[in-house]
Write a protein that binds this ligand. Structure first.
Ligand SMILES: Nc1ncnc2c1ncn2[C@@H]1O[C@H](COP(=O)(O)OP(=O)(O)OP(=O)(O)O)[C@@H](O)[C@H]1O
Length: 321
């Protein structure tokens, strides 16, 4: 079954098309990353899929029901974790869950049981009686995910779930989400503007300016680029670029980080560059394509300006000249 399907979905704010004819298909039981830079239309899309905003045009179905004509059926089958925290910090973790469960129509006893189960699931049982005010950002996020799971949803929507969290806490949140998907078969749909965060998703869609750029598995999207990226710093980049074309038959593109080369096997090329180029090599890095590169390939612009986070495989000093 398809958990989410949109066909020609539009949302206008005045004359601004925040979502511009979106066609999406999200299979049941996958982790789906919805990626794009700030202002791309991610939150607007999630708002329509969760029935909080009416589409201007087009259709969207979630868990088999149309969001515009059957919003109650959709709401019964989804959970939402918003970008901004909506927890009551003056209540304990368990109280936050119980009150939300009661708002959803559960009786007192059932609400208490559901709260206990979800605290267990998100490994928060020992903190059930602690006021949320005393929670770290990571614990709050976990509690919000727990709250999103009230009513055993088929699809869990999370809008930028790890924004503001440190790397370790982020990893912990992802681990919990992966367990949910594996053990409960929940479809996890999340947005992010940090593309590397979606590397481990089953499927990805990238949007920009409200339009779908591409969708598929991370490997499928990267296979479009199909090569390693080698960045080379030399004593004289202009001379090195000529030598790379003459001796290796490769194109070298000048970038702020150095000369950029796209080759099938970057690691094999590096030693040859160092010994055969005839121009002093100061530093060289090799990296497989990332989702940022996929974005760059399709849009011609980078999500982030710098490639400083590329793994430096080799940093060569003056001695190699
Ligand atoms: N309530 C609103 N009224 C008018 N314009 C809006 C409104 N909400 C969003 N927009 C505009 O719609 C476009 C898409 O915004 P949206 O918040 O959906 O993007 P986003 O991808 O979620 O961005 P971010 O990563 O910053 O949250 C942007 O140009 C934004 O300025």
């Amino acid at each position: 079954m398809t958990a989410i399907r949109t066909e020609g979905l539009y949302a206008f704010y005045g004359s601004n098309p925040a979502v511009n004819g979106l066609d999406l298909a999200v299979p049941d039981g996958v982790t789906f990353g919805f990626l794009g830079p700030n202002g791309a239309g991610k939150t607007t899309t999630i708002s329509m899929l969760t029935t909080l905003l009416k589409p201007t045009a087009g259709r969207a179905e979630v868990a088999g029901f149309d969001v515009a004509t059957r919003p109650d059926e959709v709401r019964r089958r989804i959970g939402i974790v918003f970008q901004e925290s909506t927890l009551d910090v003056d209540l304990t973790a368990a109280e936050n869950l119980r009150f939300q469960a009661e708002l959803r129509g559960l009786g007192r006893r059932a609400a208490r049981r559901a709260a206990g189960e979800l605290l267990d699931l998100m490994e928060l049982s020992d903190r059930g009686r602690v006021k949320v005010r005393q929670f770290s950002a990571g614990l709050r996020r976990r509690l919000e995910v727990a709250r999103g799971l009230l009513g055993t949803p088929r699809v869990l929507f999370l809008d930028e779930p790890t924004t503001g969290l440190d790397v370790q806490t982020r990893a912990a949140v992802w681990e919990h989400l992966e367990v949910l998907r594996r053990e409960r078969g929940i479809t996890v749909f999340f947005t992010t503007h940090q593309l590397e965060e979606a590397e481990h998703c089953d499927r990805i869609a990238i949007i920009d300016h409200g339009e779908l750029i591409t969708q598929g598995t991370p490997a499928e999207l990267k296979s479009v680029i199909g090569s390693d990226l080698v960045v080379l710093r030399t004593e004289d980049d202009a001379r090195a670029a000529g030598a790379i074309t003459d001796r290796f038959g490769l194109a070298a593109e000048p970038t702020p980080d150095g000369l950029l080369l796209r080759v099938a096997d970057g690691a094999a090329l590096v030693p040859r560059l160092c010994t055969e180029l005839g121009v002093g090599v100061r530093a060289v890095s090799v990296a497989p394509p990332t989702l940022d590169d996929v974005f760059l390939h399709h849009t011609g612009t980078a999500v982030r300006e710098s490639t400083a986070d590329r793994k430096m495989l080799s940093s060569l000093g003056e001695g190699l000249r």
